[in-house]
Each structure stands twice: as structure tokens, then as C-alpha cells.
Write a protein that binds this ligand. Structure first.
Ligand code: PLP
Length: 294
């Protein structure tokens, strides 16, 4: 994708991203009244597209927001943007807001106001070799987000501040803790490995149900015993291995927390194995139809 402004989709039209315009009265701009998805494309194929679209539908339903497209419409938009980009490793971003109306009224807009729909692709940010060799540093921070983190809302101000706080401490991710329990990363799911068992927190209003998490759990089946259960902040600090997982980063090893080594301070054998299994899985499904991952 040589052009930094690839084709995007906005309210039914395909156009260069540089020419896309949204009103300043859009409720996404005024109120962060919108939801989004980020779908990774590996080997030219959207990964877990069905799961991403199901989560998008769920986010919309939880916020009582209309969609500009039915599911097949999102599939078509995704396929067209991926084809136009002509690259195998991409991220597809999709966003829906509650639309544009004059008046800056908190209440939902009139029935006739159409939702705003937007999608574009960008290159997949492959992890640097140093990250795969040495792992990431993370900081444990108090989870200051709202009470419905299960909704993939564009209202990401707390996530932005937490990620910046982590960065200012020399870390690549903030691992969030609420009432002594790990929730998730500022933009990732958290896994811990201890004594040969994998654990990750269960679904609740405090975490986003991660699509990559589900892929990791499926790949761990028949190999690494896995518990979906609460994980305390103490357990996190004492883990043999910590991993983070997201559509935009895959599964990556965390090798230090607040400046102290996790386990041996290098990517552990569990992560090495999971990373290899995920790459193999992506190779295996490369030829399959987009909606048939799992
Ligand atoms: N939790 C949060 C807060 C996120 O922002 C993300 C992804 O961006 C995730 C978890 C991981 O979700 P997924 O694996 O579907 O990308």
C-alpha cells in the first residue's frame, strides 16, 4: 500500500481516504457516541471476521444504535477494501456513530437521522524482531475506565491516558487492575502462565471479549490447560509468563512488569509455542472463505 491515503468506505461510497469528510456535528465527534472494530488481515484473508462482526452487532445493540450495513454488507466492504489495498497483511478499521444532527442534544436523534458508517485499511504493524526476541515491558495501572468495557466504544479517553502513562514509564502496555484483579490491557487481553497452566479473566462488563483471546484459547486446547478465571495483581507479578493479545498485535510476550522481570525475563516456552501455533493456524486457514475461521 504505497499510497498513505488508500481507498476508504464512507456512508455507502468508496473514495480516497484523503477526500473523506464527516460533519463536525457528527455525534462521534461531539459525544464519542460510536462503536468500532479492528479486523486483522493475514495472508490476504480477514481473520475471525465473523467474530468481529458479531461483536460489532453486539456493541451496536447494547448502545441501541442502528447499523448502516447488514452483516453481508460489512463483508463486502471488507473484501473490497482489502482487494483495493493489494497487500496481504492489513488492519481493517470499521466505525459506526449515531449520525449527525443540528442541536447538540444528548438525547438520541430523530428516527430519520442515519448512522454514520466508515471503514478503511492500513498496513498491519508487524512486531519488531526485538519484541519477539526480548518481549515487552508493561506497567500495572489502576483501571480508570467506565463500567461497560465490554462495549467496543470509540470513547477511549481513559485507554489513551493509561497507554500514555505506561509509555511515559517506559512500557509498551498498561495492564489494568480493578479491586486487586487484572481486567485487561489498555488495548489487549491479558494471559498469565503459572506452573504449566494458562489463565485469563472471564467475560464481564469490565473487559472486552477479545477475538484474539478466543483464538488463543482454541489453540491452547489439547495442549496447555487453561482456566478462564479471575487473576489477581499478585499472580500477575509472580507469573512464569505474561502474554497480551489483540487483533492489532497478535499474541506477544510481556517480560517485565513495573521494571521487574516476569519469570526469566525473556519470552517463555509457552509463548514461543503459542506464537508458532498461531502462525501455523494462519497458514492453514489462508485459503478458506472469510467467514469460516472456527
Ligand atoms: N481489550 C481492549 C481494551 C482492546 O482495545 C482490545 C483490542 O483492541 C482487546 C481487549 C483485544 O480484542 P481483540 O483481540 O478482539 O482485538
Amino acid at each position: 500500500m504505497a499510497d498513505p491515503f488508500p481507498t476508504c468506505w464512507l456512508n455507502g461510497a468508496y473514495l480516497p481516504l484523503a477526500d473523506a469528510r464527516v460533519s463536525p456535528l457528527d455525534r462521534g465527534f461531539l459525544f464519542a457516541d460510536g462503536v468500532y472494530e479492528v479486523v486483522p488481515v493475514h495472508r490476504g484473508r480477514p481473520f475471525r471476521l465473523r467474530q468481529h462482526l458479531e461483536r460489532l452487532e453486539r456493541s451496536l445493540a447494547e448502545l441501541r444504535m442502528r447499523t448502516p450495513l447488514a452483516r453481508e454488507g460489512w463483508v463486502e466492504v471488507t473484501n473490497r477494501l482489502v482487494a483495493a489495498a493489494g497487500e496481504p497483511e492489513l488492519l481493517v478499521y470499521m466505525q459506526v456513530t449515531r449520525g449527525t444532527e443540528f442541536g447538540r442534544n444528548h438525547l438520541f436523534p430523530a428516527d430519520g437521522v442515519a448512522p454514520t458508517g466508515f471503514a478503511y485499511v492500513s498496513p498491519y504493524p508487524a512486531p519488531a524482531p526485538a519484541v519477539l526476541q526480548r518481549g515487552l515491558a508493561a506497567s500495572m495501572l489502576e483501571d480508570t475506565r467506565w463500567a461497560r468495557c465490554d462495549i467496543k466504544s470509540v470513547a477511549l479517553l481513559a485507554n489513551v491516558l493509561l497507554r500514555q502513562d505506561a509509555q511515559d514509564r517506559g512500557s509498551s502496555e498498561a495492564i489494568l487492575v480493578r479491586d486487586g484483579r487484572v481486567t485487561e490491557g489498555s488495548s489487549s487481553t491479558v494471559f498469565v502462565v503459572r506452573a504449566g497452566r494458562l489463565a485469563t479473566p472471564p467475560d464481564s462488563h469490565s473487559i472486552l471479549p477479545g477475538t484474539t483471546r478466543d483464538a488463543v484459547l482454541e489453540l491452547a486446547r489439547d495442549w496447555l490447560p487453561c482456566d478462564v478465571r479471575d487473576v489477581s495483581s499478585d499472580e500477575l507479578a509472580r507469573a512464569d509468563e505474561v502474554w497480551i493479545a489483540s487483533a492489532g498485535r497478535g499474541v506477544l510476550p510481556v517480560t517485565s512488569l513495573d521494571g521487574r522481570a516476569i519469570g526469566a525475563g525473556v519470552p517463555g516456552p509457552g509463548w514461543q509455542d503459542m506464537y508458532a501455533r498461531l502462525q501455523r493456524h494462519l497458514d492453514e486457514i489462508a485459503g478458506r472463505p472469510a467467514m469460516e475461521d472456527a
